[in-house]
Design a protein around this ligand. Structure first.
Ligand SMILES: NC(=O)c1ccc[n+]([C@@H]2O[C@H](COP(=O)([O-])OP(=O)(O)OC[C@H]3O[C@@H](n4cnc5c(N)ncnc54)[C@H](O)[C@@H]3O)[C@@H](O)[C@H]2O)c1
Length: 255
């Protein structure tokens, strides 16, 4: 299996947990090669230094792993980048390069992984794609338009994967946590991040949810189960839900 963003945070916890579950080969892929080597060394896996927003690099990684190990049964496209609106009073305030960077990692990396892994999975009659997205892809992150938009796009792409490939034996799951105690979460002022109101989970707790979700073959893996309630409220009355989000924004971020 391959885990991108495996050098740290949720990806590293997934690598450690899959190793405990007895995974045969775990390839820890990250742009942080040193971190990937450290995690791989710990679990007896392999490390690959890859920028997942580079389609050719992802294709080369998949080709190499398939050539040496005969196939990839599970590809965890987990790497992602965060960030908030520079002007919290303006949802369009992030510069183009921030949009492009997030689009490359939070969206196109999933496309590149699927594009590279699907032919082998089709030929072998199956496989599993796990995409780490975020509750922000279902509900929106207050003060983070770039993050919310790219994560919504990632949900859309994963739905297309599940619809197109479900009957080919290719399973798809999306991992959509709220706050998780990782470097990404610690980047900002944790107290001002509304997604942390429902409790911040450890990466190990998220990995436990993933193991259960993959075993059940659930499309939607929600380490914070309350996210499902919020999705239901949003679907039931969009305007009311937006009003609630505005009130929450006012409380957390001010006017
Ligand atoms: N921490 C949270 O609260 C939280 C909540 C919901 C979703 N997520 C998602 O979980 C995933 C993992 O995030 P995390 O919290 O573990 O963050 P993290 O910062 O601890 O780890 C992210 C890893 O991805 C790697 N990475 C980033 N860009 C890369 C690139 N272009 N190519 C290869 N590797 C790259 C980093 O080097 C790092 O090792 C992300 O997709 C993130 O959006 C995180």
């Amino acid at each position: 299996m391959v885990v991108t963003g495996g050098a740290d945070g949720i990806g590293a916890a997934l690598c450690r947990r899959f190793a405990r579950e007895g995974a045969r080969v775990i390839v820890v892929a990250d742009r942080n090669g040193e971190g990937a080597r450290a995690v791989a060394g710990e679990i007896g896996g392999e490390a690959a230094t890859v920028d997942v927003s580079d389609g050719a690099a992802v294709a080369a990684l998949v080709a190499d792993v398939e050539a040496r190990h005969g196939g990839i049964d599970l590809f965890c496209s987990n790497a992602g980048v965060g960030g908030g609106d520079p002007d919290r009073r303006n949802a369009a305030s992030s510069p183009d390069d921030a949009w492009a960077r997030a689009w490359g990692v939070n969206v196109m990396a999933h496309v590149y992984a699927a594009r590279a892994a699907i032919p082998g999975m089709q030929a072998r009659g199956g496989g599993y794609l796990l995409n780490t997205i975020s509750a922000a892809g279902l509900l929106s992150q207050i003060g983070g338009a770039v993050y919310s938009t790219t994560k919504h796009a990632a949900v859309g792409f994963a739905e297309s994967l599940a619809i197109t490939h479900g009957d080919q034996g290719i399973k798809v799951s999306i991992l959509c946590p709220q706050g998780v105690d990782t470097a990404m979460l610690r980047q900002g002022d944790a107290k001002s991040q509304p997604q942390n109101l429902d409790g911040v989970l450890s990466p190990d707790e998220v990995a436990e949810s993933v193991v259960q979700g993959l075993a059940a073959e659930n499309f939607l893996i929600l380490p914070h189960p309350v996210v499902l309630t919020y999705m239901q409220r949003k679907a039931a009355d969009y305007d009311r839900w937006l009003g609630g989000m505005r009130r929450l924004r006012g409380k957390m971020l001010g006017a």
